[in-house]
Ligand binder design. Structure first.
Ligand SMILES: Nc1ncnc2c1ncn2[C@@H]1O[C@H](COP(=O)(O)OP(=O)(O)O)[C@@H](O)[C@H]1O
Ligand SMILES: [Mg+2]
Length: 261
């Protein structure tokens, strides 16, 4: 189980409202694609689910309990640019992902536990198609291979939730298609809840079981930071028939711009 509830969440940086009263119920095992214009708060949302950023107001729950507000082994993350350790081989990178999850204080395992970690890492490396490259360093790998390594490293933690922030945005279309072919069966097999931010609508619809669009619907020309993003579209792709447009939140009536004091 790993259902995520986002309840009345606001994120503000100083006087800039980035996310405005966000409410989402994310079902366990779903694959949610998040789309929306640049700067509308998608990465902020992911960082909040990861536990790197905190909501200014509101709550995030994992299976009904408050989500720990620091990153932990429940959550794996892959960013657009390679986040692997450049000084470690492919195998060592994936083993490190596993070691940090098992032994967060030391970040190291020994003896039998270490052998198990290596075995598990070898399996994941095989699953992402890097078996032949396991003793290479990231610099010797192509962009697509580095992203596959980043995915294997994130999966080594056995995360309940996998967070992907434009993970394939820097790849060419062919490599991107290969990554889609890799990710979808991995997700289906591992039963994780995935939240993926993407600019690519085809990718959002091709991989997701649900597509959520964020956008800023209210603008105050005098105070650009006054309003934040909301969910403007929420499409459930698991339903039969034509894709219904669900949950479009009509923008509230404009408020007077007169100062109240
Ligand atoms: N730590 C921060 N401090 C101040 N402003 C931030 C911070 N993180 C993000 N922002 C602002 O929040 C807005 C949303 O950013 P971001 O979540 O990166 O958007 P997106 O991923 O949708 O492109 C931007 O205006 C950005 O400048
Ligand atoms: Mg972003």
């Amino acid at each position: 189980m790993s259902a995520i509830s986002v309840r009345n969440v606001w994120v503000e940086f100083g006087d800039q409202v980035v996310i405005e009263n966000l409410n989402l119920e994310i079902a366990s095992g779903s694959f949610v694609s998040v789309v929306g214009p640049s700067g509308c708060g998608k990465s902020t949302f992911l960082r909040m689910v990861l536990g790197q950023d905190r909501p200014t107001r509101g709550a995030l729950l994992l299976d009904g309990r408050p989500l720990r507000d620091e990153p932990d082994a429940d959550r794996g993350v892959v960013f657009q640019r390679y986040s692997v350790f450049p000084h470690m081989t492919v195998l060592a990178n994936v083993v490190a992902g596993y070691e940090f999850a098992q032994s967060p204080l030391l970040g190291r395992l020994f003896g039998r536990a270490k052998r198990q970690a290596v075995e598990k890492a070898e399996e994941l490396i095989e699953a992402v198609g890097l078996a032949a490259h396991r003793h290479k360093y990231p610099l010797a790998l192509s962009g697509g291979m580095q992203q596959r390594l980043a995915i294997a490293q994130a999966l080594a933690k056995d995360p309940k939730i996998l967070l992907l922030d434009e993970p394939f945005g820097a790849l060419d279309p062919g490599t991107r298609a290969q990554m889609h072919a890799l990710l979808k069966p991995l997700w289906a097999r591992l039963g994780m809840t995935v939240i993926m931010v993407t600019h690519d609508l085809r990718e959002a619809f091709g991989l997701g079981t649900r597509v959520v669009a964020f956008d800023k619907v209210r603008h105050d020309p005098q105070a650009p930071g006054r309003f934040g993003a909301r969910v403007t579209y929420d499409l459930d792709l698991t339903r039969e028939g034509p894709v219904p447009v669900l949950g479009f939140q009509k923008p509230p009536a404009p408020q007077p711009l007169v100062a109240s004091d």
